[in-house]
Design a protein around this ligand. Structure first.
Ligand code: ZN
Length: 221
């Protein structure tokens, strides 16, 4: 991704470097999990200062495990209600997806210069949110899926995601299959192998129940 550094900024946070107290310690970026809102805002400001993006322009979602996708034309509204994917071709608008076990996905087209951030958990994957976002990017921004680069956050691994007696779901592989079906090239798919439930550097809802959210933030420069 280094060769795209001049046109794309992105980062995936972990749980360190913020001001939130237990059990949200310390870089919790979500306002909806019961943490002190002042701490969350301070954490977002710290992140914006660290990476030099505008906190005023930061767009995040009221994530509801839906398949709703919103195209962002202006940073006028920071919180997009009830959606799970946001897409833009505008520069200087950071898009954020917050997770703790679900998969945060970045799709980036370096040719058309379009980005999307997606919240893909079990329900979102069942609803094909990533495929639907790619279709939207084709229709709205003339994106060719063959140009797309996909990057994901750490997420819950098959090792820890039991959904019935001895039946474990593999969200990572399912997501990869969906990207391949959508004609994203294998060599452009970067699925993090880190399991959030195993790795205590990340928040995990399944492991800790009351906990924070880490995030993927992406922006066209
Ligand atoms: Zn695990």
């Amino acid at each position: 991704m280094k060769k795209f550094e001049d046109i794309l900024f992105f980062t995936i946070t972990n749980r360190f470097g913020g001001v939130s107290k237990e059990p949200y310690d310390s870089l919790n970026l979500a306002l909806h999990v019961g943490d002190d809102p002042k701490s969350v805002i301070q954490n977002r400001i710290l992140l914006a200062q660290k990476y030099n993006f505008s906190i005023q322009n930061l767009i995040y979602m009221d994530q509801v495990h839906s398949d709703k996708i919103v195209n962002i034309q202006t940073p006028a509204i920071n919180k997009i209600s009830k959606c799970d994917a946001i897409v833009t071709n505008r520069r200087k608008i950071p898009l954020m997806v917050m997770v703790a076990d679900c998969i945060g996905v970045l799709l980036f087209d370096p040719i058309k210069r379009v980005i999307a951030t997606i919240h893909a958990g079990r329900e979102g994957i069942l609803k094909n949110i990533v495929q639907k976002t790619i279709i939207n990017m084709q229709k709205s921004y003339c994106v060719d899926p063959k140009d797309l680069i996909a990057i994901t956050t750490p997420s819950i691994g098959v090792c820890c995601y039991e959904v019935a007696n001895n039946i474990n779901l593999d969200l990572k592989s399912t997501l990869k299959e969906q990207l391949l079906i959508s004609k994203v090239k294998d060599e452009n798919i970067n699925i993090s192998s880190i399991c959030t439930s195993c790795d205590k550097n990340y928040f995990s809802y399944r492991r800790d129940k009351i906990t924070g959210r880490f995030a993927l933030v992406a922006m066209l420069r």
